[in-house]
Design a protein around this ligand. Structure first.
Ligand code: MN
Length: 418
């Protein structure tokens, strides 16, 4: 599919993240007004609340855009999702008859503040990138026991906290926690000294389910995708993770990019999971290409200094698709809701610069990175800004995600000091 031309000129640049082919969904405010739903087109945002009030978009008997989140649209189901996309495409396409009626509802992205695009119902994080699991397993348990015996049969996950998910641009506070050094007998109470990123994609469930669903049904239920940074306190994690998995190490914050890129925008970039190393049980088998070819990057910038690109990888490095993760999530009968967020797991490629966490990049702190500024890093220093970027490259156009960024603030004074 080529570039779809829009009468919004900035949307027609081959490298612009928000062409008419994309139409990602966010929530914005201008000048401290109440946040409302918007759609990015080029450098502008279409205000869905006023566009609906003006009768330009009518998809349901009740208004869908009188609330500052996209969950109501998700709950309407795939027929309404498709009708909305078709209507937006018609309103914003080159030569649109209603161009003059649409213009008053556009605002500059430069003037807008972006908010959480949806209310996160629940948040689950997986561990479904094989290079990442192998690297981390090698560091924690040695190469012979790197992949646990279940790894090639199920996408391993844990139930995270919806309350800790924040939108890009939100500062992240370095947590305190219980830490144990390699040779000490006793744990100590201290600020995390090994604060890290995890480069992930987040899949957003749009269609609720109440019982086991197939991989194909799961793919149909997904509304869209965001970039996701699963901030991780490695020293807290190393002490607490056995036997029930991560807990406080992952609870400080999880950042997501501000625009939901919907499945139709990503359709041309579908690709298959890698060849299976062991045959999956029937209910998890691949049934079509359900990963996406999306280039991913991470940059790191010390306070007031230029950013260095520290990771370059691709979403297609995952071993399990989001559809397989969602299907697995429902096998017990676990109900899923519109707005459920599923983290993919850290996306690491096969070579060093494609590793999606500092834990892997610095190999547990043994091989510090040298930034372009000359500074060395094994983990995140106070004041560092970490930014995830994602883009799928089409024929004369780009599907961008909008950056997922966060600056790490120093730990507070000991919260338990008397
Ligand atoms: Mn993670």
């Amino acid at each position: 599919m080529p570039l779809l031309k829009s009468w919004v000129a900035s949307a027609n640049d081959a490298n612009h993240p928000f062409p008419l082919n994309n139409l990602p969904y966010g929530v914005f405010s201008v000048d401290g007004d109440d946040p409302r739903c918007g759609v990015a087109i080029g450098d502008l945002i279409l205000d869905m609340q006023t566009a609906e009030e003006a009768g330009l978009v009518q998809l349901s008997d009740a208004p869908l855009f009188d609330v500052p989140y996209w969950n109501d649209v998700m709950e309407e189901g795939p027929a309404v999702w498709a009708a909305l996309r078709e209507r937006l495409t018609a309103l914003l396409a080159e030569g649109a008859a209603e161009k003059d009626k649409v213009k008053p509802h556009l605002v500059a992205q430069a003037d807008a503040e972006l908010h959480m695009p949806f209310a996160v119902s629940e948040y689950t994080d997986f561990y479904a990138g094989k290079n990442h699991a192998f690297n981390v397993g090698t560091m924690f348990r040695g190469p012979e026991n790197a992949l646990p015996p279940n790894w090639l049969h199920i996408p391993i996950g844990y139930n995270g906290r919806a309350s800790s998910v924040v939108v890009s641009g939100t500062d992240v506070r370095r947590p305190w926690g219980q830490l144990k050094g390699a040779n000490d007998d006793k744990p100590r109470w201290a600020p995390c000294a090994r604060f890290d990123i995890e480069l992930e994609m987040g899949a957003i469930v749009g269609t609720p389910s109440d019982g086991p669903i197939t991989v194909q049904e799961a793919d149909d239920h997904i509304f869209g995708y965001v970039l996701l940074n699963d901030w991780s306190a490695r020293d807290i994690q190393a002490w607490e993770y056995q036997p029930l998995g991560p807990f406080q190490a992952k609870a400080a914050a999880t950042s997501i990019s501000p625009w939901i890129v919907t499945k139709p925008a990503l359709e041309p970039f579908r690709c298959s999971t890698p060849e299976r190393e062991v045959e999956l049980l029937e209910h998890l088998k691949d049934c079509g290409p359900m990963l996406y070819d999306i280039d991913l990057e991470v940059t790191m910038a010390p306070t007031g200094r230029e950013a260095t690109t520290i990771v370059r990888t691709n979403y297609k490095e995952m071993y399990y698709s989001a559809a397989q993760q969602l299907a697995h999530h429902t096998t017990s009968g676990c109900p899923m809701n519109a707005g459920d967020l599923l983290g993919s797991g850290t996306i690491s490629g096969p070579v060093k610069e494609s590793r999606g966490s500092l834990l892997e990049l610095s190999w547990g702190g043994k091989e510090p990175l040298t930034l372009d500024t000359g500074e060395e890093r094994s983990f995140i220093a106070d004041g560092d800004t970490l930014t995830l970027k994602g883009a799928a490259k089409g024929d004369g156009y780009t599907i961008g995600f909008g950056d997922c960024t966060g600056t790490v603030l120093p730990a507070l004074e000991d919260p338990y000091a008397r």
